[in-house]
Design a protein around this ligand. Structure first.
Ligand SMILES: [Zn+2]
Length: 400
């Protein structure tokens, strides 16, 4: 990417806005001939030809060859130059991190799963995260200036505009994004993990659905919303706090400080608490040994369920029906085309999905829920890291 390109796009000139619109058209629709771009943007062919010429000179767009047609003149097709710039996505979990590198086209160049990490609200944990990102970037072997954004997903309250994460790494008045940026030397953005997952599913695994709810059932419980094709943030970026719906009179103190939040009944940690109570009351389970060592993880709960551990299956079913009941409420409010279930617990598949669907049918308005497909994420464990990479690109384009 040449400097002149950035200088031009940084301005709010009409020319710059039109070029960004062309880039976004390629992101949405892939490679296109000039006539179709002109039609899509409602602009003349000569104007699009001029803008495309500038984008080519600046290195962002390439001529991808002639389009296959049934005879007649074959038009040239244009698209994003995959090597124009790159993005890093970082998906933080409780005990591990997934990191990926994508090119300007959004193609995955490198992905590293399950890098050991301990998410704690401490400077040491933040330091460990910076080392993981620095190591990944140094191994991809690209000049740093080619990496235009490193987007990080973290659970809890995040204001992606200001770069503050309020639930983790809020030690002083410096935003989390700035702290990491100073360490790694690349632009950094942060976002809530469930929101990034919703964006990953929307960008990489949907068929034109514009209204989507992504329910992230992991150790905690979160919600990301795509409404009318846009990520919904709310006033300060705190939208989607589904886990802190008051849902039970259970006297269980939530980590948010309140009692009876939905997360205390429908999440990985809820399953852990219930299994603990059952073990203490004499129930048997394959998780008992791990429980005694105090090392039960989400992955252990998933493995126990998939290996027919009856107690784990019962707890997953309980969580599924509790969750389904409250998702039914969301369906009544939002009338979405798609409800996607993801996060660590979704790895149990039908053990979660079938009772959840049954509860949704039971508790939502029939006419409303007929519009909605409820399914598991198609991206599995990669949904978060893909969302981060897609958000990195989107934020770069929005902020230059
Ligand atoms: Zn809570």
């Amino acid at each position: 990417m040449s400097k002149s390109f950035l200088t031009d796009l940084e301005s709010s000139s009409k020319n710059a806005l039109n070029k960004k619109a062309i880039i976004n058209t390629f992101i949405d629709q892939g490679d296109l001939p000039i006539a179709e771009i002109a039609k899509e943007m409602d602009m003349s062919v000569p104007t699009i030809t001029k803008l495309l010429g500038e984008l080519q000179d600046e290195g962002f767009v390439v001529d991808s060859g002639k389009q296959e047609t049934n005879g007649g003149r074959r038009p040239s097709v244009y698209g994003l130059n995959p090597e124009a710039c790159y993005f890093v996505g970082v998906d933080i979990r409780r005990f591990r991190v997934n990191v990926a590198l994508t090119n300007f086209k959004g193609e995955v160049i490198k992905v590293k799963h399950d890098i050991p990490f301990l998410l704690e609200n401490t400077p040491a944990s933040l330091d460990q995260l910076c080392v993981i990102i620095q190591t990944f970037i140094s191994k991809v072997g690209l000049p740093k200036e080619k990496i235009k954004n490193v987007a990080i997903n973290i659970s809890g309250r995040v204001n992606s505009e200001s770069g503050y994460s309020y639930s983790f790494f809020y030690f002083d008045e410096t935003p989390m994004s700035q702290k990491i940026e100073e360490r790694i030397g690349c632009p950094v953005s942060v976002d809530n993990d469930s929101r990034a997952m919703a964006y990953g599913e929307y960008m990489c695994a949907t068929n034109g659905e514009k209204n989507l709810l992504f329910v992230n059932v992991s150790w905690g419980l979160g919600l990301g919303m795509i409404l009318n094709g846009q990520l919904y943030y709310g006033r300060s970026g705190f939208s989607g706090e589904f886990g802190h719906f008051h849902a039970a009179d259970n006297e269980v103190l939530c980590h948010c400080g309140k009692k009876g939040c939905l997360e205390t009944e429908a999440s990985g940690q809820a399953i852990y608490r219930m299994i603990k109570e059952k073990i203490e009351n004499g129930s048997t389970t394959s998780l008992e040994a791990k429980y005694k060592q105090n090392t039960v993880t989400m992955e252990d709960i998933v493995a126990a369920t998939l290996h027919d551990d009856v107690l784990a299956i019962e707890m997953v079913e309980y969580v599924a029906s509790t969750l389904g009941k409250h998702i039914a409420g969301l369906i009544n409010i939002f009338n979405p085309e798609l409800v996607v279930i993801g996060g660590g617990l979704s790895m149990v598949g039908d053990y979660l999905l079938l009772p959840l669907r049954a509860a949704i049918r039971k508790y939502s308005l029939n006419l409303v829920n007929k519009d909605t497909v409820v399914r598991l994420t198609k991206l599995g464990d990669d949904v978060g890291v893909m969302g981060a990479c897609m958000l990195a690109r989107s934020k770069m384009l929005n902020h230059i």
